[in-house]
Design a protein around this ligand. Structure first.
Ligand code: S3P
Length: 432
């Protein structure tokens, strides 16, 4: 099957959509329910490639998981109930699977090994391996303990005080999970606030976890249990962002995006586009399973303004970087994004991938080590784009294609199944 799509300019985007369930929350629901005591129900689970990597991994650890489409029933084994996997666990493309799971495996007294696809095997793992070793886990990995594959022999852990050198919810969550297995209180400080789904879910399950600003304290469970959960997952804000951007830049557009997760650690993109002058309304704000949820109403905005953004806001819009770059090509002025070097370590080097693709489409882009600047009011033209098999790069350029003159071909589009199966069908439904 061809792994590319050709898209052309469209007249308008109109209609109402419900994007797929949240990827981060889906991963965490499987992991935490697996180590809870008893049956959990996860409703509106994301059945995409990344989250299936987590589901299959926990099956390999002996957890019974019934997959009824969007409803998942998990027979939690308790904190000490996982079993040694009979084979290497393949995390596929999923950094969340590899990094969060390593925290759980570090607390388990058996042998396990993790690997992943070509992209994941190039992504940094020392950021979890080093602190987990400090807690007492035996871990070794390829190339001087830096990359997958890695092997873990866990056991009794000791609590540590850890000041994280990079803002990463994956590293933070890994250490929180290991902290559940440690004796005493694990204290973690993050440099900037990153997504807090793990903290929210663990609290709801009865763990002793305290969050004060950038400081997190989690107490080892000891003989205590984690309570099972019945959780309903909202739509993924990061998936919604592609359509928010589409509505803003395609002429004569109006889209209602329903049931979107609005956790403030995830919605930095909204702050930025409001500053750019976006015509957007947040409606029907409510709480679902401990997470804020709303509907987003957005319309074409022809007078977007350029913005300057830096390190502090980065974690709250980390996955929206590619689509924000597309928006920047249509704003008046030069948009500057700095403090974003973490983007070089995602599913692809997203700074390089966006700079390359946008230049091919006719935009003026300067690349820095930690970000880029993009000159606005660009008249984009069709081009052949390499997505580097990165789902968010593929989706960002699919939106850019809708305003470009001529045909844009995006290569490596099967990657959208990592987070957003049905992306092109949803786009087609909105297209007029
Ligand atoms: C994620 C955290 C982010 C994000 C990724 C999912 C998570 O990574 O980019 O898509 O679920 O915790 P980092 O926390 O490593 O930046």
């Amino acid at each position: 099957m061809s792994d590319r799509i050709s898209l052309e300019r469209v007249k308008k985007l109109r209609g109402s959509i419900t994007p797929p369930p949240d990827k981060s929350i889906s991963h965490r629901a499987i992991m935490l329910a697996s180590i809870a005591d008893g049956k959990s129900i996860v409703r509106n689970f994301l059945g995409a490639e990344d989250t299936m990597s987590t589901l299959n991994a926990f099956r390999k650890l002996g957890v019974k998981i019934e997959d009824k489409g969007k409803k998942i029933i998990i027979g939690g084994k308790g904190i000490h109930g996982l079993k040694e996997p009979a084979d290497i666990i393949d995390c596929g493309n999923s950094g969340t699977t590899a990094r969060l799971m390593s925290g759980i495996l570090a607390g388990n007294p058996f042998f396990s090994a993790l690997t992943g696809d070509a992209s994941l095997r190039q992504r940094p793992m020392a950021r979890v391996i080093n602190p987990l070793k400090e807690m007492g886990a035996e871990i070794s990995a390829r190339n001087g303990d830096k990359y997958l594959p890695m092997k873990i022999k866990g056991g009794p852990l000791k609590a540590i005080n850890y000041k994280m050198p990079v803002a990463s919810a994956q590293v933070k969550s890994c250490l929180i999970l290991a902290g559940l297995y440690a004796k005493g209180t694990t204290a973690i400080t993050e440099p900037q606030k990153s997504r807090d789904h793990t903290e929210r879910m663990l609290k709801a399950m009865g763990a002793n976890i305290e969050v004060k600003g950038l400081n997190i304290r989690v107490q080892g469970l000891g003989n205590k249990k984690l309570n099972p959960i019945d959780i309903t997952i909202p739509s993924d804000f990061s998936s919604a962002a592609f359509f928010i951007a589409g509505a803003l830049i395609v002429p004569d557009s109006e889209i209602l995006i329903k049931n979107v997760g609005m956790n403030p650690t995830r919605t930095g993109f909204l702050k930025v586009i409001k500053e750019m002058g976006a015509d957007i309304k947040i409606e029907n704000i409510r709480d679902v399973s401990g997470e804020p949820v709303a509907d987003i109403h957005c319309k074409t905005t022809s007078n977007l303004k350029a913005v300057k953004i830096g390190r502090n806001i980065m974690p709250s819009l980390i996955d929206e970087f590619p689509i924000l770059c597309v928006l920047a090509t249509q704003a008046e002025g030069v948009t500057e994004i700095k403090g974003a070097e973490e983007l070089r370590f995602k599913e692809s080097d997203r700074i390089q991938a966006m700079a390359e693709g946008l230049r091919k489409m006719g935009a003026e882009v300067k690349e820095f080590k930690d970000g880029l600047s993009i000159k606005g009011n660009a008249k984009l033209k069709g081009a052949s784009i390499d997505s580097y098999k990165d789902h968010r790069i593929a989706m960002a350029f699919s939106i850019a294609a809708l305003i470009a003159k001529g045909k844009t071909t995006i290569n490596g589009i099967s990657s959208v199944n990592i987070s957003f199966p049905g992306f092109f069908e949803m786009l087609k439904r909105l297209t007029h």
